[in-house]
Design a protein around this ligand. Sequence first.
Ligand SMILES: O=C(O)c1ccc(O)c(O)c1
Ligand SMILES: [Mg+2]
Length: 625
Amino acid sequence: MYSSIATVCLSGSLEEKVDAIAQAGFEGLELFENDLTAFAGTPREAGELIRSRGLKLVTLQPFRDFEGLQGRARERAFDRAEHKFDLMEELGTDLLMACSTVHPDALPGISRAADDFFELGERAAKRQLRVAYEALAWGRHIHDYRDSWEVVRRAAHPHVGLVLDTFHIFSRQTELGTLGRIPGDRIFLVQTADAPRLSMDHLSWSRHYRCFPGQGELQMDRFMAMLDETRYDGPLSHEIFNDVFRMGHSDQTARDGLRSYHLLRSMQSDSGIPAPQPIESVAFLEIAVEPEDLTPLRELLSALGMACVGRHHTLDAERWAAGDVNLVLNTESSFTGRVPGRDATAVTAIGLRVGNAYEAFKRADKLGYEIVEPEDVGASHRMSALRNVDGSLSYIIDDSQLSRTWDREFPLERQPVPQGSLVDIDHISVALSYHDYLSLMLQYRAIFQLEVTPSFDVTDPRGLIQSQVLQNGNGRFRLALNASASPDTASNRFVRQYGGSGVHHIALSTTSLRDASAALHKANTPMLPIPSNYYRDLAARFDLPAQTHAWMQEHHILFDQDAHGDFHQLYTQPNHKAFFIELVQREGYQGLGAPNAFVRVTAQQRLEAARAASDIDSDTGERPA
Ligand SMILES: O=C(O)c1ccc(O)c(O)c1
Ligand SMILES: [Mg+2]
């Protein structure tokens, strides 16, 4: 098998698309005819352009509404095909991809379609060309791969073969048993696409929401296992119609496309790529701290029950800890691990704990991810990292490395790690541009073994925010990805204000939100104010003791409940850092408090608007003297 991608996946002109596809390292491409029609040069020049970049032109597509016609209309369909054959000869490709007809006059019948394709095969053979047939999920008569296969089988022509497109197969929930029994040499093209599970008509779903395998919810691993059985050995070609890809940066999309191709190959039995491992927990977060934020941040962490337990042996960096929470505050002015273009106090790295870091990096490398070695960032530690799409780093470490790092880099000072009510990093929430959203989704899901919860919309006062949670099985790793098409939602305000995507908040879990909120209150930590209407609504929704209810309202605590238990949450104010801290107490509860998210984003928006409107200095929270 070899890698290929359809030009329809990318934004830009044909030249830009071909460049991005070649740069990413693909071997072939499918030319979408629109890209040729809009191209300023001749078809011959288009073909030369593609070959000059070392790419194989896999197919010209799509050829529409061919089969099932009668009389003059049928003759016209064959004439159209001959025109495409002319084009193909000039372009230098031997394969025409035909999709099942949606023509209102097309007649049904497998045998009729097979006869049409036999005749087309005869004409193609005269010119040493081939034709491949695809069942569109919304085809008028043929919309099931088993029927398109039956057409190809009955046409029984060596120049006529089958196209398998994962979107059409899965969107109709067709069984895959038949697929495994198709001889691989009768399949001329395999098109790969993933998609979120949506309930809408097939055509709209396909034309707007496809995504790369690894970004959606279709069972690509099952498809790859069945494809293995056919012994197919042709192009594995992404065909993604996606509104975000059409807007986005072709280079980034094409790079992710090739990683997704390697991900598919890793699902095959003989791939030689190590299996994905679960992320066991978040070992630490590193925060680049602006000098003026250091004291307030230390005060906040102290109020949370954390303590500085070590100082870096050579750099201006401190390790703050409590329970399993570890934060590294880095105040080096020349800190090379900073996210480029971001000069606020912000999260610059995340430490992901796995069972075997070496195997995880081997997998990441085979999938085409860039690995940052310690010397690349001038670090004295020995941890390697992935470069995230926002410029931040994801260290991947195992236990032996982690204890060595703490011991060697941050000699223990004064006290041991406090073991109070603060337990762990409960979840991390990231705000992303839409384009980065799919990119980071792929990175996590391709490299690690994670569960994906269905995506949901948060109603921000300025628009919808799409949110999706990636988590491990044990509840110790949860990452919420957030993106929005509206420019002024909370996630996009972050992206605009802080020079791109990044960590938007850090949630810490506690065994006693009562103690934690009392300590924050005592330290005069400003909380995100929650309106009283929220508490009236809570009283209506839940049967809460009056005292508990009053305590929540007084301390701005939000509440939710699911079949597994209770959830309490509390937000601090960002106070001009790029991120803010959330505290949660969960008693079996599985989610992240999604039903409360609209109240939180509205409260944040109100606070920011009030700051902007008043003469309150947004840095100090005080009025200038
Ligand atoms: O949406 C379409 O029309 C279309 C065209 C060509 C394909 O290969 C396909 O899967 C869909
Ligand atoms: Mg297709």
